[in-house]
Design a protein around this ligand. Structure first.
Ligand SMILES: *Cc1c(COP(=O)(O)O)cnc(C)c1O
Length: 361
């Protein structure tokens, strides 16, 4: 068996302990004589599993009791529609566009009402977070929407926007559980799990309970109502059982690591190694304004497309894979989620240093 250092933006690296445990339990989960993949979602075994998973997430994120945790399908992208369907009572919402994912959410909301782009960083290829201290919030806005960590561009809000009393809705797909958050500041905080938590195909939406009602846009399908899933404890229909199981293992791993405070320190240290190197490198440079840098996604370039391609190719051969930047930005991107060990970043940085020496102009 040989494992690589996987810098994929998602689906992404998972903790080896989790993969090993899942493998061990493949034939017989807790004496049930079957894999979690094979069992009824209505069974006692699975009911215990989903309840334990939710309880561990609540503990990790310190989720207040007036928030529901929903395990939903359709990925983060289906939330782009589900949010306006459930929240757009006045059919107005304000969007801050800081990258492709925020833009997609903004465009989707236009199907259901008036979506206003109240700030954007598109003028500089989304390389920064706009000033959100005095935004032109619409008086009628049902919510203000952000993508908190921009997976493609490598920016992160270090401070939440002043929404002037409006509900804040945030996509945290690529920074989920990377640091502590104050859930009570959000109306809805949600993320696809395949970046920092588990396998692809599921989104976790944490929704304040007063927002879960039957008062949704006319024509909203049953499956698209938060209430449908909240009333059924995420078991209205068959959920992504195996994904919930793996996420649960990751929650236990995070607890064993010491929780989100510890993860934050670890992530700061890990990202710091890479950013410190980039800041003094004569070949590589980060692409993001310093104060807006993500701890999870680190884009960088050499400024020369051929050199970028050479680097990606040599890195791959050396066991550092999925470093090619998103097709819309080019260059490189190292996604260094919770499960990327410190050693992976140290070795990547050493490899970059060596590449720099060998390719000095
Ligand atoms: C990956 C990603 C998405 C899309 O997730 P899907 O599960 O593929 O729909 C949305 N938002 C952010 C921030 C992402 O990183």
């Amino acid at each position: 068996m040989s494992r690589v250092y996987n810098f994929s933006a998602g689906p992404a690296v998972l903790p080896e302990e989790v993969l090993r445990e899942a493998a061990e339990e493949m034939m017989d989960y807790r004496g049930s004589g079957m894999s979690v993949m094979e069992m009824s979602h209505r069974s006692k075994v699975f009911d215990d599993l989903i309840n334990e998973t939710e309880a561990d997430l609540r503990e990790l994120m310190n989720i207040p009791s007036n928030y529901k945790v929903l395990f939903l399908q359709g990925g983060a992208s289906l939330q782009f529609a589900m949010l306006p369907m459930n929240l757009m009572k006045n059919r107005v919402a304000d969007y801050i566009v800081t990258g492709q994912w925020a833009k997609k959410a903004y465009q989707e909301a236009q199907i259901y009402g008036k979506a206003n782009k109240i700030a954007s960083s598109e003028d500089q290829t989304f390389s920064y977070i706009p000033d959100c201290s005095d935004l032109p919030i619409s008086p009628e806005a049902d919510y203000v929407y952000i993508c908190e960590n921009n997976t493609i561009y490598g920016t992160k809000y270090k401070k939440l926007p002043d929404t002037k009393g409006k509900l804040l809705v945030a996509d945290v797909s690529s920074c989920f559980l990377s640091e502590p958050v104050d859930v009570s500041k959000y109306g809805v905080i949600y993320g696809g799990v395949q970046k920092n938590i588990g396998p692809a195909g599921m989104v976790i939406s944490i929704v304040r309970d007063d927002l879960i009602t039957d008062d949704v846009l006319p024509g909203t399908p049953t499956m698209m109502k938060f209430k449908t899933h909240a009333d059924a404890n995420s078991l209205y229909n068959t959920p992504n059982c195996y994904c919930i199981y793996v996420c649960g293992k990751v929650f236990k791993w995070l607890k064993s690591m010491g929780g989100l405070e510890v993860m934050k320190e670890r992530n700061e240290k890990k990202a710091g190694i890479l950013y410190d190197f980039l800041d003094q490198s004569s070949l590589f440079a980060g692409t993001v304004r310093k104060e807006d840098r993500s701890l999870m996604n680190v884009p960088f370039v050499t400024g020369d497309k051929e050199m970028d391609a050479k680097f990606v190719s040599e890195a791959t051969k050396a066991g550092f894979v999925n470093l090619k930047g998103h097709r819309s930005v080019g260059g490189m991107r190292a996604s260094i989620y919770n499960a990327m060990p410190m050693e992976g970043v140290e070795k990547l940085t050493a490899f970059m240093k060596q590449f720099e020496e060998e390719n000095r102009k």
